[in-house]
Design a protein around this ligand. Structure first.
Ligand SMILES: Nc1ncnc2c1ncn2[C@@H]1O[C@H](COP(=O)(O)OP(=O)(O)OP(=O)(O)O)[C@@H](O)[C@H]1O
Ligand SMILES: [Mg+2]
Length: 287
């Protein structure tokens, strides 16, 4: 893919994201940490997904790989039809600035601290042609939708954590991205703040077809988005669609047990797996 390509943006519909056998190992001195251990995931254009899971289960690492922020140790990622492993740093930057909205974990990391919220949002528009900007929500309109009208011109460091978090989201959706990847964008918000974020995501999804992948600890966010993907120990263990939960069979044939059983049946427990017509039965080896 040419490094000078200009990606379509606002109004061109959602951009799906998918990955195959994705692995990430952090190499820290004498210790390797396997943060993501073989994730296969398909998120279709315009789909909305919440990524759940306990702390340390690999959610942020997975999201960062989907956005091309960290390279996988193994496996492949496609954003739309493009395999991003084949892109150089410049092409990745262009992809992120024009097609993908990103919110990193920790609001302050996403913002220019010396600029006001309204200038932060304007800055996000810099890579777009003027004609495109006219299709987008105006910066102030966007901030008002998130209840930030009163602080639109205040210095960012004077804003609370929750306000900064909402500004970061405004910046990420400013270009009407085809794909929004947001890491815990509502963790510091009360119910009202959270709902304003979710309402804005509905608008963005409807207007631009934006595909939304959000890391969250909040089951309410999962319920609003409709599909949840739950990670445990670097793998996708469970998916839920409109409240109905399914365990996900891994490449190695493994299936995650429900949480309460993991406590009763610690790793290494031997079980008998029996086929019963269409169903499987699993029981502990008799002692
Ligand atoms: N930069 C790093 N260097 C070394 N290990 C890391 C690094 N970042 C994350 N890890 C480790 O990788 C694993 C997955 O981390 P990750 O941040 O992806 O989890 P998470 O699900 O986002 O957790 P949280 O809910 O706390 O944000 C953890 O064991 C974590 O300690
Ligand atoms: Mg995280």
């Amino acid at each position: 893919m040419s490094a000078v390509q200009t990606y379509p943006t606002a109004g061109d519909g959602g951009v799906g994201v998918r990955c195959e056998e994705l692995v990430h190992i952090y190499r820290t001195g004498d210790l390797d940490v396997v943060a993501v251990r073989g994730v296969d995931l398909v998120v279709g254009p315009g789909e909305r997904v919440a990524l759940l899971g306990p702390s340390g289960s690999g959610k942020s690492t997975l999201l960062a790989m989907l956005g091309g922020l960290i390279p996988p140790s193994a496996g492949r990622v496609w954003v739309g039809d493009e395999e991003i492993g084949g892109l150089n740093e410049r092409a990745l930057l262009r992809l992120r600035s024009q097609r993908v909205g990103l919110v990193l974990q920790g609001a302050a990391r996403n913002l220019l601290q010396y600029a006001t919220p309204v200038d932060n949002v304007r800055f996000a528009h810099r890579s777009l042609p003027r004609s495109r900007r006219n299709e987008l929500m105006r910066p102030l309109e966007l901030l008002e939708a998130l209840g930030l009208g009163d602080v639109a011109d205040s210095p960012v460091p004077q804003l609370s954590g929750g306000e900064q978090q909402r500004v970061a989201l405004a910046v990420a959706v400013a270009n009407g991205p085809g794909l929004l990847l947001a890491d815990e964008p509502t963790s510091q918000l009360d119910h009202e703040g959270r709902d304003s974020v979710l309402d804005l995501l509905d608008v963005v999804n409807e207007r631009f077809g934006t595909t939304v992948v959000i890391v969250t600890h909040d089951p309410e966010v999962g319920a609003r988005l409709g599909r949840t993907v739950t990670m445990r120990y670097g793998r996708v263990g469970q998916e839920a669609h409109r409240g109905e939960s399914f365990a996900v069979v891994g490449k190695d044939g493994g299936v995650h047990l429900p949480d309460e059983l993991v406590v009763e049946w610690p790793p290494g427990t031997q079980v008998v797996v029996e086929r019963d017509g269409e169903d499987l039965r699993i029981r502990r080896r008799p002692r």
